[in-house]
Design a protein around this ligand. Structure first.
Ligand SMILES: [Zn+2]
Ligand SMILES: [Zn+2]
Length: 299
């Protein structure tokens, strides 16, 4: 197996790109792919300030690493959920802190227990919807921070495998509301900051190879409450298809982005957004779900 660029011994093969790469050219390939994605989907301008939502997993830390290398002014925010059972939250926070310190970048660790005297378990179990409460909480904190800091965009680490599996699942249900939201770039609307997914065209396999190459240490503990990956079945189906004809996953997702305007019209009009009476972030209710959950005195 030889590197496509230098013909030296290759480290890994990437059938979707019909290419094998050595370490140096895998690194180059990866950076260029992210750069192209950013330009193509108008995510950022050179040197822009960007806030990255980090979990301690390979995707979000890879985003920070790459955006920093590409010359963007990166800062991070990590929500400490206070899950103590298997050291999940403390390990996640420690991994993020170590990563940002080593690069001299700013990271805020937003601890729910310190702020509200309760952790995600207290609140999540009370509401009997652990994962959705966690998702809502993280989204709220990230969105609010991005607006406060006035950054050009809020970035997440969603990769091609996640996005294509979610797309597949939502297409099976013809869920227009979600179909309009799976885009690599969501414009700043209704008081929210622009949202970007710079790894949208990179597969899990490619990201894993890059993270290994860069020596990125990721959190090992798994959230003890997460029900297996949400779109697991669809991921497996797409992996099988990808195996048969490499590149299908990417063309499936790219095709959707081109066709996306179709999903943005003709659906039910979204309810209007107004500021939350407590935190001022956009919401369809008088008080947003986050404030109801975390800031209610009755809890
Ligand atoms: Zn090479
Ligand atoms: Zn609120």
């Amino acid at each position: 197996m030889k590197c496509k660029v230098c013909r030296g011994p290759a480290l890994a093969g990437f059938p979707a790109h019909n290419a094998n790469f050595c370490a140096e050219h895998l690194d180059q390939f990866f950076l260029r792919q992210v750069e192209k994605t950013i330009r193509r989907y108008q995510m950022l301008q050179p040197g822009d300030r960007v806030l990255v939502a980090v979990s301690g997993g390979k995707d979000s830390l890879t985003v920070v690493d790459v955006l920093d290398r590409l010359g963007y002014a990166v800062q991070g925010v990590h929500v400490d959920l206070g899950i103590a059972d298997n050291g999940f939250s403390s390990e996640s926070s420690a991994v993020c802190r170590e990563f940002f310190t080593a690069r001299g970048l700013h990271l805020e660790i937003y601890s729910l227990s310190e702020r509200f005297g309760r952790n995600i378990k207290d609140v999540g179990w009370r509401f009997d919807r652990f994962c959705s409460t966690c998702g809502m909480t993280k989204r709220h904190v990230m969105n609010a921070r991005a607006v406060e800091r006035g950054v050009a965009a809020l970035s997440t680490g969603h990769n091609l495998d996640d996005l294509s599996a979610a797309l597949f699942a939502n297409l099976m249900r013809w869920d227009r509301r979600y179909l309009a939201k799976g885009l690599p770039t969501l414009p700043p609307e209704g008081g929210f900051c622009r949202k970007i997914k710079p790894l949208a065209l990179l597969s899990e396999r490619e990201i894993t190879a890059y993270a290994l190459l860069r020596g990125i240490r990721v959190v090992r503990a798994v959230c003890p409450y997460s029900r297996e990956a949400k779109f697991k079945r669809y991921k497996e189906l797409l992996t099988a298809v990808e195996h048969q004809s490499p590149g299908t996953r990417r063309s499936f997702y790219e095709g959707y982005v081109k066709a996306a305007p179709v999903f943005q019209t003709g659906g039910q009009a979204a309810p209007p957004l107004g500021p939350c009476a407590v935190c001022q972030m956009p919401t369809t209710a008088p008080v947003c779900t986050f404030c109801k959950l975390w800031r209610s005195t009755s809890a």
